[in-house]
Design a protein around this ligand. Structure first.
Ligand code: ATP
Ligand code: MG
Length: 617
């Protein structure tokens, strides 16, 4: 009996163990939230390496976000050690395809120095070839182009339903991309599929390289990603996908849960396995979330149970206004945080709040729309509660940082014209400077390039925040050493939602979408009212069942406590609106709900002029 193997399997229940041990056929693990899908697939990979003698180079793991890839890599490092784990490829679809395109650029007539067009650059690019279009029309057209690419449609292959205008715009966009030797985000997958479809020997080399493929969150793949996997899955390739069709929430972006549902037809040699025990949440959280999802005619109605006995019911709070909702959240968090003492400027005294055993890092606040976060973090600021927002402006979106990045791209690219446009005001100065810098490109670490560019550019003023951002940029660049290409690629593939620290002792604020795959001891879902969840914009259609699944994803993030709140009056996007509580709340039986009544706080306690300082004593 090998000690390592038993160690890897001992953390799994029998159902999970059979999934980890099922290595002779392809596999789909169909299971509800918190059943250990991600844990099982991670242990399965560790088992393959340390028990079955599989080479890490032969393993490809695909995750939904960069954050999830990082998390899986860390778990594998602790299971099999750094030297083995680092030899595996653990990436998102986009990062994986970017890697392949760099390796194979010349096979599809790409300049190996191709650059990746960021979302903001797409806008600039299309606007430059269609100056007559309004910003709104540009945005809409870009969305349509993205949808076409996710369906693997070129302008020439566009369906007849598309307007001639759109096809002409799409064509112009493609010509402009090519002229600047750029590919966009969607092209990463599109071009890789094209490469594999047209160059069987190249495809074969990757099939031989990646003998073992695992895909997490398979319910949210789109057509292009699905095609890519079908191509990679040769007969001798072992494919393991995991997911939950009740958690499919990216339909609006072209994901299609039918690929998950039809997996067994697509790959008849595969086995289907189920996991039924939820290890994450208490029984009442599991029960309440199931009541919401089982109302859906589209639900997979997977069996799911938990052994974690609940001490409390779900808290439901109907706030009169969105401000009262935020105050309620603040108050509840203060109540649940124990061992923390505040120095209150109101009273001028040290105040000890009711004891609880939670710390700030245990809380997540989830909402449907990013714009909902403002009144919440303002309330946190007033009360001195430490918080972090996942999905706020990413470092790379700030103007000053973009200028530096544009210079770096210009240095890297054969053809710097596109990036030089950004530097219009300073081109005269910058072109010769960049030409000079290019001479010593390979002998300087990225950090040094950044510093030299920063010193060269005359920013309008000396701004503390800018200096701070520069520091952050330098610290992110440092691990890349001299590898400018990899650093730039990271900045493009980076998502705002990657920017938060799971270990920080702060309350995390994020959208329901961003919470996928995560878990927190205490979860607040705020804004549980009609028009927010389900989200309905005037005159727009919406997918009721996808909205329901989104709430289901949010509810099932909670480990011990789940609190749902709504507000009668809400100010959002410059308007005050009144909406009834979300219809989904009615799907939860009363026996599981504790309706919270709360008298208002003493006026002034949290007013702007009296901020409380937080002292951890
Ligand atoms: P989701 O659908 O939300 O992505 P999941 O099925 O991927 O969920 P995991 O995140 O892998 O679930 O696991 C949920 C939690 O349960 C984690 O904290 C995990 O460590 C724990 N867990 C899973 N299986 C076991 C087990 N056999 N013993 C103890 N804890 C477990
Ligand atoms: Mg998971």
């Amino acid at each position: 009996e090998d000690g390592v193997g038993s160690f890897l399997l001992s953390g799994l229940n029998p159902q999970q163990q059979s999934a980890a041990l099922c290595t002779d056929t392809s596999l789909i693990i169909v299971a509800g939230p918190g059943t250990g899908k991600t844990r099982t697939v991670t242990h399965r990979i560790a088992y393959l390496i340390s028990e079955k003698g599989v080479l890490p180079e032969n393993i490809l793991a695909i995750t939904f976000t960069n954050k999830a890839a990082e998390e899986m890599a860390n778990r594998l490092i602790s299971l099999v050690g750094e030297s083995l784990a680092n030899r595996m490829i653990i990436k998102t679809f986009h990062a994986f395809c970017a890697m392949i395109l760099r390796e194979q650029a010349e096979h599809i007539g790409l300049d190996p120095h191709f650059t990746i067009c960021r979302e903001t650059d797409r806008h600039t690019l299309l606007k430059s070839v269609l100056p007559a279009l309004k910003d709104q029309e540009i945005a809409q057209c870009l969305e349509q182009i993205s949808a076409a690419k996710n369906q693997l449609l070129t302008p020439d292959a566009s369906p007849t339903g598309d307007s001639p205008d759109f096809i002409a715009h799409y064509r112009k966009y493609e010509t402009a991309l090519k002229a600047y030797r750029m590919v966009d985000f969607d092209d990463l997958i599109f071009l890789t599929v094209q490469l594999f479809e047209t160059q069987p020997e190249v495809l074969r080399s990757y099939q031989q390289r990646f003998q073992w493929i695992a895909v997490d969150e398979y319910q949210d793949v789109n057509f292009a990603q699905y095609r890519l996997l079908k191509l990679l899955k040769a007969l001798d390739v072992n494919l393991c996908v995991i997911g939950d069709s009740d958690q499919a929430i990216y339909g609006f972006r072209g994901a299609d849960r039918t690929y998950f549902l039809q997996f067994q037809q697509d790959f008849p040699d595969a086995k289907t396995l189920y996991l039924n025990q939820n290890y994450r949440s208490t029984q009442s959280i599991v029960a309440a979330s199931r009541q919401v999802i089982l109302k859906s005619p589209e639900s997979a109605a997977l069996e799911l149970w938990s052994e974690v006995v609940s001490k409390t019911k779900l808290d439901i709070y109907h706030a009169p206004t969105y401000k009262a909702e935020a105050e309620y959240v603040v108050h509840e968090i203060e109540k649940m945080v124990g061992g923390t003492t505040y120095f209150s400027l109101d009273s001028g005294r040290v105040e000890s709040h009711a004891e609880g055993s939670y710390s700030f890092g245990d809380f997540a606040l989830l909402y449907r729309l990013g714009a909902q976060s403002q009144p919440l973090f303002e309330a946190f600021q007033r009360s001195g509660i430490p918080y972090q927002i996942a999905g706020q402006t990413s470092l790379y979106e700030y103007k000053d940082i973009q200028v530096i990045l544009a210079c770096l791209w210009a240095l890297f690219a054969q053809d710097a014209r596109f990036y030089l446009q950004f530097l219009a005001r300073q081109t005269n100065k910058i072109e010769p400077f960049l030409n000079e810098l290019r001479q010593s490109l390979n002998t300087q670490p990225v950090t040094q390039l950044i510093e030299r560019i920063h010193n060269m550019i005359s920013f309008d003023d000396l701004d503390e925040k800018r200096t701070e951002r520069l520091k952050r940029l330098l610290s992110r660049a440092a691990p890349f050493g001299h590898n400018l290409q990899q650093f730039l690629e990271m900045t493009v593939l980076h998502k705002e939602t990657d920017d938060y620290d799971q270990r920080a002792d702060r309350v995390t604020l994020m959208t329901l979408h961003a919470s996928k795959g995560l878990e927190f001891p205490v979860v607040f879902i705020v804004g549980c009212e009609e028009t927010l969840i389900p989200y309905q914009r005037e005159g727009k259609t919406y997918n009721l069942e996808e909205e329901r699944r989104l709430l289901y994803v949010g509810m099932t993030r909670a480990q011990q406590k789940l609190i749902l709140t709504c507000a009668k009056k809400r100010f959002l996007f410059g308007q005050t609106k009144q909406n009834p509580p979300s219809r989904f709340l009615q799907d939860i039986e009363n026996a599981l709900k504790e309706i919270q009544q709360r008298a208002g706080r003493k006026a002034g306690k949290h007013s702007k002029n009296n901020p409380q300082l937080l002292l951890k004593l």
